[in-house]
Design a protein around this ligand. Structure first.
Ligand code: F6R
Length: 610
């Protein structure tokens, strides 16, 4: 999604803006721009379609705006194609703004403004807000912003510069995230704190409909009634190194390598006397025991983590779990109410559909537990209880370490639930918990041993146009994530099927142009999956089999074209290690096809609009 930055201080503003924007590249974008107050206090704007490098080249060629106060933006096109004109910042005579979000009633506002004699350069909803601010401008930025906020509907985070106030920037948000950073004699705005970590770790979280006024030496806030408010200064616990590549070619592979540590950091503090303990988030055994139903709601990879959770919870705690896609849940009048538990899983904690699902669940009286990576995000703040995945900042668009920590938390939750429901003994729960604590080592081993094979297999997939992932049980839940990973970073079409479903239609697609990736880590289902492998192979498919060493020892040579083997660990926990080759395979396939795995086209890291 779009990224917003703003700077006030002593440094060269153009440099800081481009620098901080580069830290937001991971959010996904198709154009970028900056606007800076120059020495004459006029606003100089430079924008360029495409990557930040295009903006850098333009600044180099045409000269950079010289100044110390300005705003910047990376745009992910919604209204109007990616182009220089549609890029932000957008201006009206006395106002220049950057915007993240969607103004839902922009069309009617635009018609009104056109009727008032205003003209528009771009097709964006953002320019409507700039014009509206200018139209209602009464010499007082706060009352003007307030008036406009009363007129617009939708989601937005805005950075605003008024020509008459060249020493300040205004910031406001509704739904879309925005933080305000502070250092000595410098202030910042940004869509998230990773953008400014190299300058400061101190920041304020702007809440809905609050307005911030920044000068280089001061920050003040008002609420929606324009009453001054005090806000708590927060300190980011992420280092600037965590948001940098640190010698790796891409964030995606760096984050895959960070997984052992991410699991350890997430799991270990939640274990007491050898058993999972989630009391820190307010979940006691008594509460867990009483829930009438469990529904997991999330999007994309986070939803896939919920699917693994379903298999695990149902498997050991014998409690039925529904997993729903947030965009479906929110519009299908779900049967949820008092006594039910809704688990929202989200890396960013800002996904619009997941947030809407959370609000709906709460409205209906359900208790909401959020499993979230970004501290202080909207989902974390609005849920009744939160378990943070402590994966550190995830920068690559394709989620890897967030997924592995999300499923780790689902395991902790499932074990605790099983204890509460008396479906496992304390001894068995301790054994499972210990096995979970050994996962970082097992994941490290897999990272170290599968790399070369995945690189080679990835090189064999370059020309594939479409492929299938198959698996059964937990392997099916996992293969959904494998398939998403591959398609999002390599642009090869892929689907995941329950292996037993193939015969009900999909097998008609199989021929020598359709590689199949089969996942077989569960010994009780292995024979069945292997027969599916034989069926697709005999119809011409090239088969890549991801299986345990125990499985590999049992099957005949030649059953698969390529084998990626991983050590056999506790079978319930196999998704934690088995996801690793699927991630690495997706990574190398992307590179082999000349794509940039960190910034897949059309995708955004944090989907803050519907
Ligand atoms: C895929 C991916 C997405 C996200 C989804 C939800 O690699 O990252 O599918 O999982 O957009 O995002 P969060 O977890 O931030 O709610």
């Amino acid at each position: 999604m779009c990224g917003i930055v703003g700077y006030l201080g002593h440094r060269d503003c153009s440099d800081v803006l481009v620098d901080t924007l580069s830290n937001l590249e991971y959010r996904g974008y198709d154009s970028a721009g900056i606007a800076v107050f120059d020495a004459q206090n006029t606003i100089q704007t430079v924008k360029a379609q495409g990557k930040l490098q295009n903006l850098r080249n333009k600044l180099e060629k045409n000269g950079r705006p010289e100044g110390h106060i300005g705003i910047g933006h990376t745009r992910w096109a919604t209204h109007g194609e990616p182009s220089d004109i549609n890029s932000h910042p957008h201006s009206a005579p006395r106002v220049t703004i950057v915007h993240n979000g969607i103004i839902e009633n922009y069309q009617e506002l635009k018609e009104f403004l056109i009727g008032e004699g205003r003209t528009f350069l771009s097709e964006t909803d953002t320019e409507v807000v700039a014009q509206l601010l200018d139209y209602y401008y009464d010499g007082n930025p706060l009352t003007t912003i307030d008036r406009v906020m009363g007129e617009v509907s939708g989601s937005f985070a805005l950075g605003i510069m008024f020509m008459d106030f060249p020493d300040r920037i205004y910031a406001v948000r509704r739904e879309s995230p925005l933080i305000v950073g502070v250092a000595d004699g410098e202030t910042f705005i940004a869509s998230d704190v990773t953008a400014i970590l190299q300058y400061t770790k101190n920041y304020y979280l702007l809440e809905h409909d609050e307005i911030a006024t920044l000068t280089k030496d001061s920050i003040s806030f008002v609420d929606k009634r324009l009453v001054p408010i005090e806000k708590e200064l927060k300190v980011a616990d992420w280092d600037k190194e965590a948001a940098q590549k640190g010698g790796y070619a891409h964030f995606m592979i760096k984050e895959i390598n960070e997984q052992p540590n991410a699991i350890m950091t997430t799991v270990n503090p939640r274990i007491k006397d050898g058993l999972p303990n989630l009391e820190e988030c307010g979940l006691t055994l008594e509460m867990i025991r009483e829930f009438k139903s469990i529904t997991v709601v999330a999007c994309g990879t986070a939803m896939h983590a919920g699917l693994v959770g379903k298999y695990v919870i149902e498997g050991i705690a014998r409690v039925p779990v529904t997993v729903d896609i947030a965009s479906e849940f929110r519009y299908r009048n779900p049967i949820i109410g008092e006594g039910d538990l809704v688990i929202i899983i989200s890396q960013s904690g800002e996904t619009a559909d997941s947030l809407a699902a959370l609000r709906l669940a709460k409205q209906r009286g359900a208790k909401v537990l959020a499993i979230v990576n970004a501290k202080g995000s909207s989902i974390a703040r609005e849920a009744d209880m939160v378990i943070y995945t402590l994966a550190g900042p995830e920068i690559a668009v394709a989620s890897t370490k967030a997924y592995i920590t999300q499923i780790s938390v689902m395991y902790l939750f499932a074990f605790e639930l099983a204890l509460a429901k008396d479906t496992v003994s304390v001894a068995e729960c301790k054994r499972l918990t210990k096995a979970l604590q050994q996962m970082p080592e097992a994941v490290q081993y897999v990272i170290d041993t599968v790399d070369e094979t995945c690189k080679f297999v990835g090189s064999q997939l370059i020309t594939a146009e479409s492929l299938l992932y198959i698996g059964r049980g937990l392997d099916y839940a996992l293969s959904m994530e494998g398939s998403l990973k591959l398609k999002e970073v390599s642009y090869i079409h892929s689907e995941s099927y329950a292996a037993g479903e193939l015969k009900h239609g999909t097998i008609s697609l199989i021929d020598d142009d359709m590689p199949v990736i089969a996942v077989a880590t569960q010994s009780d289902l292995m024979e069945k999956t292997i027969s599916n492998v034989v069926e697709v192979k005999s119809r011409g498919a090239k088969v890549i089999l991801v299986c345990t060493d125990a499985c590999a020892a049992k099957i005949k040579d030649g059953i698969a074209d390529y084998m990626i083997t991983i050590p056999h660990t506790d079978e319930l926990l196999m998704p934690i290690t088995a996801v690793v080759p699927l991630q690495i395979l997706a990574y190398y396939t992307s590179i082999n096809r000349g794509a940039n795995p960190d910034q897949p086209k059309n995708l955004a890291k944090s989907v803050t609009v519907e």
